[in-house]
Design a protein around this ligand. Structure first.
Ligand code: TRP
Length: 335
């Protein structure tokens, strides 16, 4: 039996934080080690342009995110690890799909609708700040998925709709032009923790409440010290389930450590002490990768070479698929 093709993209905006690590990077790397799976992991840098038009930031984020995944143990030998912009067939396919995808389908995309609704609420023109990139984003994402005939697409809840749109687009194309695309399926892992940020809300760049993944140990300690707590004194029992310190601890601890911290909370551990232990635990897990990350950031050519190799390995697949698509739609050599 051939392997299940599992594909996921990482939009290259911002700097990786602890929430990305716990919620996406760590589980994806673990999953990529499953021998029955053919893993495709890519840097969605064309998607980054939708959110960020600052060239320096776009370039920097892409480098940081690539180095992060490699530093944390993604194996580019056993995984297809590549950059979207290195596979021109993805954007070519995106156009072909644009010509058969229904506009009405795009009108329903949550990400686009949210912007329109915010504009309407503030009395702006509904299209204010809406680029064609934002509007057509699900089509580019469909091309990402369909170019390699992925079976499964692991995503967060906010992305399920996009995978379903990719499926719709593929179905419609197949119906009209013949069976070319595999119909992808979204896979959502409910066990993966959604990490809380410094203020107790979901850790997210848009809330400005993140703990950076690869700062210095001192910076990590400082960030952890900023986690919001209540005013209970040392010796007063604390509610573990109501605490971000405990929630982050759980994302890094094994069962026994989890229970002993829960007990320490009930016994009235001081916030300073709980944070100190949290820092040590997180730092122990990240320290080896941090060294690796710094080495890779100091040597971008090495990361570049890994990505070039990834693109090279995939070229025959993307070219073959696009050739089939071109032929199917009638873009053919004359003979
Ligand atoms: N849109 C996804 C996100 O913001 C990233 C992404 C781009 C993606 N292309 C993809 C995810 C293809 C899965 C498959 O998280």
């Amino acid at each position: 039996m051939s392997a299940t093709r599992v594909l996921t993209g990482i939009t290259t905006t911002g700097s990786p934080h602890l929430g990305n690590y716990v919620g996406a990077i760590r589980p994806a790397i673990a999953a990529s080690r499953d021998a029955s799976v053919e893993a495709y992991l890519f840097l969605a840098d064309y998607h980054a342009l939708i959110k960020n038009q600052n060239p320096e930031e776009v370039a920097q984020s892409s480098r940081e995110i690539a180095a992060t995944w490699l530093a944390l143990g993604l194996d580019p030998e056993s995984t297809f690890f590549y950059r979207q912009s290195d596979i021109p067939e993805i954007t070519e396919l995106s156009w072909v799909l644009t010509c058969s995808a229904a506009k009405g389908l795009m009108n329903r995309a949550h990400a686009y609708k949210a912007v329109v609704q915010a504009n309407e609420a503030s009395g702006e023109d509904p299209d204010f700040g809406v680029t064609m990139g934002l509007f057509s984003y699900p089509i580019l994402m469909a091309a990402d998925i369909l170019i390699f005939n992925a079976h499964q697409v692991p995503v967060g809840r906010d992305q399920i709709q996009h995978v379903e749109m990719a499926r719709d687009i593929a179905q419609r194309f197949n119906h009209h032009y013949g069976e070319i695309f595999t119909l992808p399926e979204a896979v959502v892992d409910d066990d993966v923790a959604v990490l809380q940020g410094l203020d107790g809300r979901k850790m997210s760049k848009s809330y400005g409440n993140t703990i950076p993944l690869f700062g210095t140990p001192k910076q990590l300690q400082k960030s952890i010290n900023k986690i919001k707590t209540n005013l209970l004194e040392p010796g007063e029992p604390k509610d573990a389930d109501d605490s971000t310190v405990f929630q982050v601890w759980c994302a890094f601890a094994n069962d026994a450590e989890r229970e002993s911290m829960r007990q320490a909370f009930a016994d009235g551990i001081a916030w300073g002490e709980a944070k100190k232990q949290l820092f040590e635990r997180v730092n122990d897990e990240l320290a080896p990768a941090r060294g690796q990350y710094e080495a890779l950031m100091a040597n971008p050519g090495e990361v570049e070479a890994v990505l070039q190799q990834g693109a090279q390995k995939l070229k025959p697949k993307s070219e073959a698929l696009l050739e089939q698509v071109r032929h199917a739609v009638g873009l053919r050599a004359y003979h």
